[in-house]
Design a protein around this ligand. Structure first.
Ligand code: PHE
Length: 367
C-alpha cells in the first residue's frame, strides 16, 4: 500500500490550494467519490491477507477522516471568503447625498398623521401612545365590553396566545382600535386630559376599503364640565382644518359604542357623482368618524370618578381620511410598497405640515 502519511500531506496541500467551491468539490469527488483515490484504496483492502487488511483498514480510515476534516475546513474558509466578497461588492455608502432625480417620498398615511397631529396640537392636545399588542382588559373590558359582549364579535379580533395561561380570557390581542389608549392615559393621569392617540390597529378584514392593519387616531378630552357641545365644536374645527375648507356641512347621527353614551357618528357634506367625490358641497353625506361622551364605566375603569368628571372621545380612520383627501381609491395599495404608487401619491420630504405653514402644501408630490 502507498505511504499514507505522504499521501495525506499531498492531498491536504491540494485541498488548501483549492481556490473556489467548484475546485474543492472536484477535488472531493477525485478523492472520496465513487472512483476516488481513497475509495479505490479501500476497495483494494479486500485482496489483502487478513492481518494486513486490519492494519491497513485502520490507517486508511484515519486518512479518510483527516482528509474529510481538511475538506470541511477549506469549505468553511471558502464560504466566508465568498460571503465577504459578495458583501464588499454590494456595499452601498448610505452617507452619500440623495440624488435629486431619485428622491424618497413620504407615505400618505405618514402625511395624514402629521396633518392630524398639527391640527390637534394647535388645539392644545398632546400625543399619547399605547402598545399594538394589548391585553383584553385594555382593549375590551375596561371599555365596557365584558367577556361575551356581542360587540367583541363585531371587531374580528386577532388573538395572540398567552404563553403563561391557557385561559382564553388571558390571551392577548392586537388592538382592534386605539381606544385602549384612553384607558392607559387615564391610568397614568388625572384630568384635565386632552390627548390624541394615533397608531396602528388590526382587524381580520380585507377588501378595497379594509386591510388587516390600518390606522386610527383616538381623541380623549376629560374635565369637570366638558359637554357634547365641546365635542361638536372640536370636531367641526378639525374637519374644516383637515379638508382646508372655510365651511363644511356636518351632521351627527345617533350611533352605538359600548364605551360612549350617548354615541354618534359624524358625517360631512359632499357631492358624489359617478366619477368624482367633492367634499364640502352637495347634498350627499359621508361618514367619517365615531364619537360620544365617555361612558361612566370607562371613567371608573380608568380610575376617574364619573361623579366629578366627564368627557368626550372620538376615533377616526386615518387611512380613510387619506383616501378621501388625496383621492386614493383602493386601501390595499397603501401597503404594497410599490415604488411607482409612492411616487404618485407620496409627498416631498421636508414639506412639514403645520397650521401656519400649510397643511398639505401642494397636495401631493406628483401634482
Ligand atoms: N373605537 C371606535 C372604533 O374603532 C371608534 C370610537 C372611538 C368611537 C371613540 C367612539 C369613541 O370603531
Amino acid at each position: 500500500m502507498e505511504n499514507t502519511e505522504q499521501l495525506q500531506k499531498e492531498l491536504t496541500a491540494e485541498i488548501v490550494a483549492a481556490s473556489d467551491m467548484k475546485a474543492l468539490e472536484d477535488l472531493r469527488v477525485a478523492i472520496l467519490g465513487k472512483k476516488g483515490r481513497i475509495t479505490e484504496m479501500m476497495k483494494g483492502l479486500g485482496a489483502m491477507p487478513a492481518e494486513e487488511r486490519k492494519e491497513a483498514g485502520k490507517t486508511l480510515n484515519i486518512l479518510k477522516v483527516e482528509v474529510e476534516k481538511a475538506l470541511e475546513a477549506r469549505k468553511q474558509f471558502l464560504e466566508v471568503q465568498e460571503l465577504n466578497a459578495k458583501l464588499a461588492a454590494e456595499k452601498i455608502d448610505v452617507t452619500l447625498p440623495v440624488r435629486p432625480e431619485n428622491q424618497g417620498r413620504i407615505h400618505p398615511v405618514s402625511k395624514i398623521y402629521e396633518e392630524v397631529t398639527a391640527i390637534f396640537g394647535e388645539m392644545g392636545f398632546s400625543v399619547a401612545e399605547g402598545p399594538d399588542i394589548e391585553d383584553q382588559f385594555h382593549n375590551f373590558n375596561a371599555l365596557n365590553m365584558p367577556a361575551n359582549h356581542p360587540a367583541r364579535q363585531m371587531q374580528d379580533t386577532f388573538y395572540i396566545p398567552n404563553p403563561d395561561s391557557a385561559d382564553k380570557d388571558d390571551s392577548f390581542v392586537v388592538r382592534t382600535h386605539t381606544s385602549p389608549v384612553q384607558i392607559r392615559t387615564m391610568e397614568k393621569q388625572q384630568p384635565p386630559i386632552r390627548i390624541i392617540a394615533p397608531g396602528r390597529t388590526y382587524r381580520s378584514d380585507y377588501d378595497a376599503t379594509h386591510t388587516p392593519m390600518f390606522h386610527q387616531v383616538e381623541g380623549l378630552v376629560i374635565g369637570k364640565d366638558i359637554t357634547m357641545a365641546h365635542l361638536k365644536g372640536c370636531l367641526y374645527d378639525f374637519v374644516k382644518a383637515f379638508f382646508e375648507l372655510d365651511e363644511i356641512p356636518v351632521r351627527y347621527r345617533p350611533s352605538f359604542f359600548p364605551f360612549t353614551e350617548p354615541s354618534a357618528e359624524m358625517d360631512i357634506g359632499c357631492l358624489k357623482t359617478k366619477t368624482e367625490l367633492k367634499i364640502g358641497a352637495g347634498t350627499d353625506w359621508l361618514e367619517i368618524l365615531g364619537c360620544g361622551m365617555v361612558h361612566p364605566n370607562v371613567l371608573r375603569a380608568g380610575g376617574i370618578d364619573p361623579d366629578v368628571y366627564q368627557g368626550f372621545a372620538f376615533g377616526v380612520g386615518l387611512d380613510r381620511l387619506a383616501m378621501l383627501k388625496y383621492g386614493i381609491p383602493d386601501l390595499r395599495t397603501f401597503f404594497e410598497s410599490d415604488i411607482r404608487w409612492l411616487k404618485h401619491y407620496g409627498f416631498v420630504p421636508l414639506d412639514i405640515s403645520s397650521m401656519t405653514g400649510g397643511l398639505s402644501n401642494n397636495g401631493g408630490a406628483a401634482r
